[in-house]
Design a binder for this molecule. Structure first.
Ligand code: ZN
Length: 405
């Protein structure tokens, strides 16, 4: 990488070279196991000009057309999007015919929640299998990668957007200039864009290196969004913290006003600077902590195996695949991984080729230990699997620190 994709600074620091990885969502069918699996470098940089943690977007776009992550598989995400829809309807919607565009609408969970509360809705999503799921829910979808040209077409056909929402999408985007300029063009003069992004501070402080994969090319600071927005005709005017995905931000943007810097936004950027997100040493220490997590987790797992215990994984998430591939945990350790998303059942994880089975497997053939790969949903998983725990099953949670529950 030569320059930061948010602020264009060339002061990039390579602090976590994770090596070559297959795509974290590149699950394989049994037939594909014998074929060569494409891998791409996953070198993690930080921008010392704005704190954006980033990896190169070196994967050809065609690899992402068939997408297997759907938020509707998770109760926590259903609650999250229900809450977001109520906030948009209450605070941002204005007129009942106002246009709300969800860029990266996935299976339409947010827009179907919003439709019950008002507003004209339009989704944009490049994955054709996912767009079909949203359409089946009654959501109109533009099946494209969002950019300036798509923004201009939507504005011509539907008018300017009063509200643009983009959740779990912005950190997938390699060309943030194109995407952000598109949002600025589509937004009405008095409109508001709501962008949800993983917060680099949570990533660093809670050892969440596994949130980095080829599809998650950026982890944001408030400062990085402020600098990006300023270059492309938008302004950050409010930031709310979120608990989802292990610590995220909800950033509110609008067309620039004459009011100047806002105290609430400045409080965030100075907090980020105080926590060292613009300092090289912060990232050196982060890299050392990731190594220590690896050593301690591998020790826990080998101890369990040596004691004759059988181990399975819970939650075949993309972040879990980053962890398994970087820590080299394969079928010699995990018999299988269970997941509630039926799209993944019968498939094998990229790289380590661990079979993914339905959650009911825990009842028919319970393992002794469960490695919680979707640790960001640990509370939900522990509650759902109370029966497994009552029967003597243990959970091993790897991040932020390896521990047995
Ligand atoms: Zn930067």
């Amino acid at each position: 990488m030569n320059a930061c994709r948010a602020c264009t600074s060339e002061d990039l620091y390579l602090f976590l070279p994770l090596g070559d990885h297959p795509l974290a969502n590149g699950f394989l069918t049994a037939d594909q196991l014998g074929e060569p699996e494409p891998t791409f470098p996953l070198d993690v940089y930080s921008c010392l000009g704005c704190g954006l943690i980033q990896v190169d977007d070196n994967v050809p776009a065609g690899f992402f057309r068939n997408y297997v992550y759907v938020p509707s598989a998770s109760d926590a995400m259903k609650d999250h999007f229900g809450g977001l829809a109520r906030m948009v309807a209450r605070d941002l919607l204005g007129a009942p015919e106002a246009l709300v565009v969800d860029i990266g609408c996935n299976d339409g969970l947010f827009l179907t929640s919003l439709q019950q509360l008002g507003g004209r809705t339009l989704g944009v999503d490049p994955a054709s299998n996912i767009a079909a799921m949203a359409r089946a829910q009654g959501v109109e979808v533009v099946n494209e990668y969002f950019d300036r040209a798509v923004a201009a077409r939507i504005r011509a056909s539907h008018g300017p957007a009063s509200v643009i929402v983009t959740t779990n999408t912005f950190h997938h985007i390699g060309d943030l200039d194109e995407f952000t300029a598109g949002m600025a063009h589509l937004l009405a003069d008095d409109g508001v864009a709501v962008v949800e992004v993983p917060h680099a501070l949570a990533i660093v402080e809670e050892n969440q290196f596994d949130g980095v994969y080829h599809e998650h090319v950026s982890q944001f600071t408030v400062l990085s969004v402020v600098k990006l927005a300023r270059r492309l005709g938008l302004e950050v005017f409010r930031v709310d913290p979120l608990e989802v995905h292990g610590g995220s931000l909800r950033v509110f943007l609008r067309k620039p006003t004459a009011t100047g810097p806002l105290a609430q936004v400045e409080a965030w950027t100075s907090r980020e600077e105080r926590h060292g997100l613009l300092s090289r040493s912060t990232y050196d220490e982060f890299g050392e902590r990731v190594d220590s997590v690896k050593q301690r987790l591998l020790a826990l797992l080998s101890e369990s195996l040596a004691g004759g215990r059988r181990i399975a994984g819970y939650g075949s998430s993309a972040r879990g695949n980053t962890l398994l591939n970087y820590f080299e945990i394969g079928t010699d350790v995990l018999d299988y991984i269970v997941d509630r998303n039926p799209l993944k059942h019968g498939l094998y994880t990229p790289g380590r080729h661990i079979p993914v089975l339905p959650a009911e497997t825990l009842e028919s053939a319970p393992p002794d230990d469960l490695l919680v790969l979707a640790w960001n949903f640990a509370d939900e998983i522990l509650a759902q699997q109370a029966g497994y725990r009552a029967g003597g099953g243990r959970f091993i949670v790897p991040i932020p620190e390896p521990r047995v529950v």
